[in-house]
Design a protein around this ligand. Structure first.
Ligand SMILES: [Zn+2]
Ligand SMILES: [Zn+2]
Length: 446
């Protein structure tokens, strides 16, 4: 179905575009982009004064299905994704059973097809059962559509096994996504090893439990080659190691940072608030400043949410026993827009590069740009809109966020996948009874 999007201002850094644009969509693809396309025979979607971006891509989410449907399903996770402007997400393998074979990859893809909202790219487990003992069938999962491999949450402690995994991933030309954490150093820690955590008397997670594994992964990649992606970096030492590797000429080495590590410190834990309990933990203000600077300098080029929903009952328990993880899909873009783009420390193009172009490139998937021929995956933001974060309104089944009550700008108001509108003014197709019909949204061109 043809469609002409008019009146918006497009930011598409991959195409070098920044300015007013009319976008013609034909057969689910971008057909043409121009300041003025002239007379075109197509229904019009009026997006006057809205900012239009390539759809966001998240390299790191947890959709919990199969096995954790009380926390999230592929469908509710995808609803949260399109509500937050994401058109594609890569989901981690720590489900139950884990994604360690082609059947689970196929199952998740089928669930995503039925949900018909965001694109979902499963990440396969590195090891069978996430046990860190035997390699999972990486080739088989790649054939079925896995776009990378990770034992996220359960780091591979055996260096020999990780080296072998890198050799396989190199042949498959897919990234290894490493949750860098030395379990022996991490122990039973639950908060950063800093003044706040010590004051609370909680077991701590030192920064070195992350950075020592960052160093290992970098050295292994140097020995083997292939694509290495460092998940959710949280501390200054990790960034220093990343810079060191780059200076030595490392290529195909990427890293991500989450909105919560960019914006919060250990102080957010306050008086045992489990909405600020995640792994890696929130660290100190120097770490936060280093991460922000690494983002501005392009040392870290990907922002990922690590959307990790849990059932509200689980997060409401005592801090020590509450599971790690917070939701992120529905707040990521407005948070970074409000805190970085509005004050002028990051340009809109730089933000969309970190949240769309670079993630799409890492996963080797279509999207991340609206150049003609690309899939019509895009989102629009109303720069005038201000909303207070209210977790009760999330589409995600997880409601635990450290940003509840924050007043933010830059909320997506429209998300389109394959030329089909999936979210309109906060309403999600298939989820909101008052989701508008196509006829209500489109007007005839004249
Ligand atoms: Zn992780
Ligand atoms: Zn994760």
């Amino acid at each position: 179905m043809d469609l002409l999007i008019k009146g918006g201002i497009l930011y598409d850094p991959a195409a070098g575009w920044e300015g007013p644009a009319e976008i013609l969509i034909r057969d689910k693809k971008i057909e043409a982009v121009s300041p003025s396309l002239g007379p075109v025979e197509a229904p019009v979607l009026e997006m006057k004064d809205k900012l239009i971006f390539p759809g966001l891509v998240d390299t790191h989410v947890h959709l919990r299905e199969p096995g954790g449907e009380n926390k999230e399903t592929v469908a509710t996770g995808c609803a949260a994704a399109v509500a937050g402007g994401f058109t594609a997400v890569a989901c981690m393998a720590n489900t139950s059973p884990p994604v360690d074979g082609k059947e689970t990859v196929a199952f998740i893809k089928e669930r995503a097809r039925r949900a018909d909202l965001a694109r979902v790219y499963p990440i396969g487990a590195l090891t069978l059962g996430l046990q860190g003992k035997e390699l999972a069938p990486l080739w088989e999962m790649a054939q079925e559509g896995a776009r990378g491999f990770s034992d996220d949450g359960r780091p591979v402690m055996n260096s020999g096994l990780m080296l072998k995994a890198m050799q396989f991933a190199l042949v498959l030309d897919l990234p290894i996504i490493s949750h860098c954490e030395d379990l022996n150093l991490a122990g039973d820690g639950v908060v950063h090893a800093g003044s706040h955590g010590y004051r609370l008397g909680l077991p701590v997670l030192p920064s070195v439990s992350e950075s020592v594994m960052v160093a290992r992964e970098i050295l292994l990649q140097e020995a083997v080659g292939g694509k290495l992606h460092l998940a959710h970096l949280s501390c200054s030492q990790s960034v220093a190691l990343l810079k060191w590797a780059r200076e030595k000429g490392a290529t195909a080495l990427t890293a991500e940072v989450t909105p919560h590590h960019l914006l919060l410190t250990e102080e957010a834990v306050g008086d045992f608030d489990s909405a600020a309990k995640m792994n890696p933990p929130l660290r100190n203000s120097a770490d936060r400043e280093t991460l922000q600077q690494a983002l501005r300098e392009g040392v870290i080029e990907i922002i990922a949410t690590d959307h990790a929903p849990h059932h509200p009952c689980e997060k409401e328990g005592d801090f020590l026993n509450a599971p790690f993880g917070v939701v992120g899909l529905e707040t990521a873009f407005p948070l970074l827009w409000t805190k970085f783009v509005v004050p002028g420390t990051l340009s809109p193009a730089a933000l969309v590069n970190c949240m769309s172009c670079a993630p799409a490139r890492l996963l080797g998937i279509p999207g991340g740009t609206l150049v003609p021929g690309s899939p019509a995956d895009l989102m629009a933001v109303d720069p005038q809109l201000q909303i207070e974060v209210d977790a009760r309104r999330f589409y995600s089944r997880g409601k635990s966020t450290p940003f509840a009550g924050w007043r933010l700008e830059g909320f997506p108001v429209m998300t389109m996948v394959d030329g089909d509108i999936k979210m309109w003014e906060g309403k999600v197709k298939g989820f909101s009874p008052d989701f508008p019909g196509r006829e209500e949204l489109l007007c005839r061109n004249n």
